[in-house]
Design a protein around this ligand. Structure first.
Ligand code: ADP
Length: 564
């Protein structure tokens, strides 16, 4: 029985071509699509076997449909199909796969093979590697054979093969019919591929867009940005359900939610100002088809590199912004110092003199004999208030570095002991235990001993106030290279992060009026800065605080003179 395609060649072609094109728009898996196409063709041709061999990404696959009921659809990757076939410069026998490869590479004299006529031993003509025509015998057992190139434009995408054992199963008209069908499959395949590439590009562009958008969100922290970026990258890959992403930056790791230990990894460096600081890693945890590099496409390598570059630029910008705002804060602080300094100098001028008069005259009157009790008490109040005011002005001047420093060799341990001596009654009254861990080898430093004493008194008084009633006050000294450290630690009430942020602001206090002026730590900061040192604070509410002052051993240029 010849091929079933008998009624009207035109209407057959139109309906088959329409069905093939329609299928191309449905489903995404190539296997599902070609199963449909092969079913349509085998229904029309009624031959025992139809197969399509196509290139997909970097491999070739063969899809076979047989008329037999069982196992009638099969597909498998074909190794070596894309390697140009070597055709010996002599006539010989062949197999169907060799003939398919020859058609795929355009070696068939008639641009495809159409064998339908009833002849005893059919042969085909092929162009050999030597450029001459060769006749190859069609494998035995095959009476009718169509092998037609699937093309789109100049590109050959695969071959369509129809097989029958009986000679004369296909006519020349069938050859033309299926050649046109192969051309339709070519169009459908190109259309599907274009759609596939478009979808991949859209995924990639979406990923880049979302990363850029994350970068433009100025309120977002770097941590949150990198965590979000790890989520955005994995879906841009060809097998999103198996992909996961990990970003490592400055030894911190951010992973997508479904992060798996990897079988296949693609990485790209994060370089900030030319220095490698981390990497982005996309990984697949399962076995997947081999593409350009493992299961990854060349386009995906370019995408990851583009994402890494974009993220690096974003990180660089964020770090520059953070640096700028830290500088602005420093400037603000310096500004505040200058303003308070100017204010203090002005006040010292305007107030110190009348204050001196008030204090002097009050003390003079105190010496008058036989003053009434009430007048003595009032005079005492005047003297105390005047001394307190003078003290505040002195503190302001210390904070703003308007007090000249008088540097000399200063023994830190000696200062600690003398401060404890001075404050002993207060410490005892507060029920506080004192522990000292003084480094006997701490070098003598060049500093203003009175100001170092002031630092200690302010820190210890604060510690005592934070602990009363009862606790442990620990004072430590140590040295390291060019610097010495002094720490004052208490087991008192501690500070909340909000309080800790503001403790160096002049007049900031959490204490009652009369208990604190809010100038103690401002003064400490002023003195430490004037000595070229640093101060660090650690504190936990309910557990206590530790203030650590670090000072240079060698003579530091007297920064206080800047404002003098
Ligand atoms: P004052 O002690 O006069 O309030 P300071 O500048 O010395 O001014 O301190 C500012 C604030 O810092 C205090 O009011 C207190 O809230 C907090 N503080 C300072 N030292 C300690 C400490 N050792 N423990 C808990 N809080 C402290």
């Amino acid at each position: 029985m010849p091929s079933r395609r008998k009624k009207s060649a035109n209407s057959d072609f139109r309906s088959l071509a329409t069905d093939i094109l329609r299928c191309a728009d449905q489903g995404t898996l190539i296997g599902d699509y070609l199963r449909e196409v092969l079913s349509l063709i085998i229904e029309t041709a009624a031959c025992p076997q139809v197969r399509i061999t196509v290139a997909d990404l970097t491999r070739h696959y063969r899809f076979t449909r047989t008329a037999a009921i069982t196992g009638n659809f099969h597909f498998a990757p074909i190794a070596g199909f894309g390697d140009a076939p070597f055709l010996p410069p002599f006539d010989g026998v062949s197999d169907v796969e060799l003939l398919e490869r020859l058609v795929y590479f355009g070696r068939a004299a008639d641009d495809g093979i159409v064998i339908g006529a009833s002849i005893d031993s059919p042969t085909v003509t092929m162009r050999g590697d030597d450029g001459r025509q060769h006749r190859l015998a069609v494998p035995s057992g095959i009476g009718s054979l169509l092998i037609l190139p699937i093309r789109y434009g100049d590109e050959t995408l695969g071959v369509l093969t129809l097989l029958a054992e009986r000679p004369g199963f296909f006519t020349d008209a069938d050859g033309d019919f299926y050649r046109n069908i192969a051309a339709v499959i070519g169009i459908a395949r190109a259309h599907r591929q274009a759609k596939f590439h478009l979808r991949e590009r859209i995924k990639e562009l979406t990923c880049i867009y979302r990363i850029t958008k994350l970068g433009s969100d100025t309120g977002r922290s770097l941590d949150s940005l990198l965590r979000e970026a790890a989520e955005v990258i994995a879906p841009a890959f060809l097998f999103p359900e198996a992909a996961s992403c990990r970003i490592v930056f400055d030894r911190r790791t951010y992973t997508s939610l479904r992060y798996n230990t990897a079988k296949h990894i693609l990485t790209s460096d994060l370089r900030i100002n030319g220095r490698p600081r981390g990497l982005i890693e996309v990984s697949y945890s399962t076995d997947l088809p081999t593409l350009d590099k493992g299961p990854f496409l060349n386009e995906e390598r370019s995408l990851l590199e583009a994402v890494a570059k974009e993220l690096s630029v974003i990180i660089q910008r964020k770090e520059a912004e953070e640096e700028k705002s830290a500088l602005q804060n420093q400037l603000l602080h310096a500004d505040r110092l200058v303003t308070v300094g100017q204010l203090a100098t002005g006040m010292a001028h305007e107030i110190n003199e009348p204050l001196g008069g008030i204090l002097g005259f009050a003390q003079l009157i105190q010496k008058t004999p036989d003053l009434p009790e009430q007048v003595m008490r009032d005079l005492d109040k005047i003297v105390k208030a005047a001394i307190h005011t003078r003290d505040i002005i002195r503190k302001l001047m210390l904070f703003s570095r308007q007090m000249p420093t008088q540097k000399s060799a200063t023994d830190l341990n000696e200062r600690v002991l003398s401060c404890l001596d001075l404050l002993e009654p207060r410490i005892r009254k507060g029920g506080i235990r004192v522990a000292t861990e003084l480094d006997p080898a701490v070098p003598v430093i060049v500093a203003d001993p009175a100001q170092i004493h002031q630092i200690l008194v302010n820190l210890v008084v604060n510690a005592v106030q934070a602990m009363t009633p009862g606790g442990t006050l620990t004072l430590r000294t140590s040295h390291d290279g060019e610097r010495v450290s002094l720490s004052v630690e208490d087991t008192g009430c501690g500070m909340t992060p909000e309080t800790k942020d503001r403790i160096f602001v002049p007049f900031f206090t959490t204490k009652d009026i009369g208990e604190g002026t809010g100038l103690g730590l401002s003064v400490v900061l002023g003195i430490v800065t004037a000595h070229g040192g640093d101060i660090a604070v650690e504190s936990e509410p309910g557990r206590g605080s530790r203030f650590t002052v670090t000072l240079p051993i060698a003579v530091a240029p007297d920064k206080g003179e800047d404002h003098a």
